[in-house]
Design a protein around this ligand. Structure first.
Ligand code: ADP
Ligand code: MG
Length: 294
């Protein structure tokens, strides 16, 4: 294998809108047998929209949305974008939250009008903050998740105030791309921090049956290592800050160019358009390129 021949591959890659970190990447690409896919922003568009809001009795909905959106204002997570967009489109002017902190894969905390506001997974509010989530909110979360939505709970001053449901849609080419991965002999696995209901709903629509939901960023990394320990050569495709560790650990890290800088920096290949079909093209190209020089 001469470096020049390999560079031809990377050159053609750039015409497909693929950035390859270096020619040594092609060898890993050829050996991959498992492809782990993030859900939000990778299989789906990542453009989440708010679909419903439930306040606890006595809680004003307008205030609920304003507090949640102000707290989410500093986050780049798709859930945060959905909450902020919903608040802006209903005419809220958002002030800047103080003491904003993002907890990757769980939620955010910030101080709004002197109140410590939390927005995130109900399980995180319960276990890390001792927030009681009342039955009526748990029911709204359960119904939303069964419908394929992502549910986040909003609390302040230690009390749960409501639930916001958000959802996004599957990219047009995702199902076709996953069928193509199978043709290439790759086993697809869906790995997401989102809930089981939403993850299964998406998995069944795109043809992935190995679905692992509710996974933390550390858990994503562990899942990659576990597949490798079983002897698999693993590609991971992701877009989020929460995917960065897993992307770096994978034999082949593939970032969506539409995603975060952290995901791109951790990856070997970047697919500029964020189209999963191009991932299959990249793997085919790498195999063909190596084939011609062997
Ligand atoms: P994914 O794997 O689907 O990209 P993440 O690991 O980023 O998901 O997040 C997992 C879950 O953590 C989300 O579904 C959501 O419930 C919660 N979460 C993460 N970030 C935020 C945020 N900024 N605001 C509210 N909830 C969040
Ligand atoms: Mg994602």
């Amino acid at each position: 294998a001469t470096p020049t021949a390999l560079l031809v591959g990377t050159g053609r890659g750039s015409q497909l809108g693929i950035l390859i970190r270096g020619p040594q990447i092609l060898e890993q690409t050829r050996r991959v047998d498992t492809i782990v896919l993030d859900k939000t922003g990778t299989i789906t568009t990542g453009q989440m929209r708010m679909s419903a809001l439930h306040a606890v009795p006595g809680q004003n909905e307008t205030e609920l949305l304003r507090f949640a959106a102000t707290a989410e204002n500093g986050s780049e997570h798709p859930v945060a974008h959905a909450v902020v967009a919903a608040a802006i489109s209903s005419g809220h002017e958002l002030s800047t939250a103080e003491a904003f902190l993002s907890h990757q894969g769980f939620g955010v905390q910030a101080v709004v009008d002197g109140h410590l506001v939390l927005v995130g997974r109900a399980s995180w509010l319960r276990t890390e903050w001792n927030v009681l989530v009342p039955d009526e909110l748990s029911a709204a979360i359960g119904a939303g998740e069964a419908d394929g939505k992502t549910a986040v709970t909003v609390a302040w001053d230690g009390q749960a105030r409501g639930v916001i449901l958000v959802g996004d849609s599957i990219k047009n080419s995702s199902a076709k791309a996953i069928a193509d991965f199978r043709n290439l002999g790759l086993m697809p696995v869906l790995l997401t921090g989102d809930n089981e209901g939403a993850a299964r709903a998406i998995g069944s629509q795109v043809g992935v049956n190995d679905v692992r939901a509710g996974i933390t960023p550390q858990g994503k990394l562990d899942a990659i290592r576990e597949l490798q320990a079983q002897g698999h050569v693993v590609a991971m495709v992701g877009d989020g800050v929460n995917d960065a560790a897993a992307l770096a650990a994978a034999d082949l890290g593939i970032a969506m160019g539409t995603g975060t800088d952290a995901a791109i920096a951790a990856s070997d290949i970047t697919v500029m358009s964020g189209d999963l079909l191009v991932v299959g093209d990249a793997i085919r190209l790498a195999r063909r390129t190596l084939g011609t020089i062997k």
